[in-house]
Design a protein around this ligand. Structure first.
Ligand SMILES: Cc1ncc(COP(=O)(O)O)c(C=O)c1O
Length: 346
């Protein structure tokens, strides 16, 4: 069915994800937390190599890669990046090779972090791995990606680079413009709206795409971006700029006002990929009240922000959490989670 959001229907797109993903109610968690009704959009069930938000984003990156007749995807991310794991799966599904640059973004050296979780899966998918030791340096990481791509070109390959830093067309965000259209259709079909939607804000592509897509279809539900990567003072302008770039890409007017970009960093400390008490509580509560797994880096933090909002909400308010996946990182961060585990008889 056409979406009629600027040029969205004309953008090259590879179908990689299951959809529409369901929206479910979380009655046990709601009863424990307070008066609001809590819902969850199961984008952890997008179906590509254990699912997550990046399947939707990769549909548009792989679409570009196919249009450019690329045979290799080149991407960078943290050692436990979900994006690189899913890019590996997307590349394989599309008949391409995959090169992943691993950034030392988080100071962790546990055997689980370095061998399990997403990295284990990327290796299973046959990714060629490279190292970037520069830490938090988006431009530096991209420059080294370009070197990898240049070396591949020298051997006759046709690489497609998925950049990290801003300044490149935000193809990935289009996946969440599509998701917003999907959510709006689910709202219309159920004749029930939400008072607020809560989503992780990392690179900002998911947050910006969702906000843009909702406003583009006339849905004015407040979208709360929970900062998982950087402070709100940096994340807000990033999301605002991304919305403008989406508008340019889709050749339409930007429907998002600057003051509509809402980011909150109160659960970010001590920083990207690091647990705090609120995140630990969110991980255990979600698992033990609803049987739903959230991860320590993205969805656990976002759930902590969501629960904070839910505790302030009034009776009957309907709050929607976007579950963006990330479960493989639970294994990579296994040694950080031991204090949350029930006793083992072994
Ligand atoms: C599981 C998960 N959730 C949320 C995000 C944040 O998405 P975005 O980078 O589009 O802001 C990521 C990013 O890698 C992720 O892996």
């Amino acid at each position: 069915m056409p979406m009629n959001i600027g040029d969205l229907d004309k953008m090259p797109r590879a179908r990689l994800s299951h959809g529409p993903t369901p929206i479910e109610q979380m009655p046990n968690l709601a009863a424990h937390i307070g008066a609001a009704d809590l819902f969850i959009k199961r984008d952890d069930c997008t179906g590509l190599a254990m699912g997550g938000n990046k399947a939707r984003q990769l549909e548009f990156y792989i679409g570009q890669a196919v249009a450019q007749q690329a045979d290799t995807i080149v991407i960078t991310g943290a050692v436990q990046s979900n994006f690189t794991r899913m890019a590996a799966a997307a590349a394989r599904k599309s008949g391409m090779d995959i090169h992943i640059q691993l950034e030392s973004r988080v100071a962790k050296t546990s055997p689980m972090y370095l061998n399990s979780g997403n990295l284990l899966l990327s290796r299973l998918l046959g990714a060629t791995l490279h190292r970037f030791s520069g830490g938090e340096d988006e431009l530096g990481a991209d420059m080294q990606l370009e070197n990898i791509a240049a070396n591949l070109r020298d051997t006759g390959k046709v690489p497609y680079v998925i950049h990290l830093a801003q300044g490149h067309p935000p193809f990935g965000a289009l996946g969440y413009v599509v998701a917003a259209h999907e959510i709006n259709q689910q709202i219309v079909a159920s004749a029930q709206s939400y008072d607020e939607i809560c989503v992780a804000s990392g690179s900002g592509a998911t947050h910006a795409g969702l906000l843009f897509g909702l406003r583009a279809v006339g849905n004015m539900t407040p979208v709360k971006g929970i900062c998982v990567r950087r402070a709100a003072s940096l994340q807000g302008p990033r999301v605002t700029q991304l919305c403008q770039k989406i508008a340019e890409l889709l050749n339409m007017e930007n429907p998002v006002r600057d003051d509509d970009v809402d980011v909150n960093d109160t659960v970010l400390a001590p920083g990207y990929g690091m647990l705090n008490d609120a995140v630990s509580e969110a991980i255990t509560l979600t698992a033990q009240k609803e049987g739903i797994l959230v991860d320590p880096v993205y969805t656990g933090k976002t759930m902590a922000g969501f629960l904070k909002r839910a505790r302030q909400a009034s009776a009957g308010q309907r709050l929607l959490f976007i579950h963006t996946g990330g479960q493989p990182a639970v294994f990579g961060y296994g040694s950080d989670l031991t204090h949350l585990l029930s006793d083992s008889p072994l």
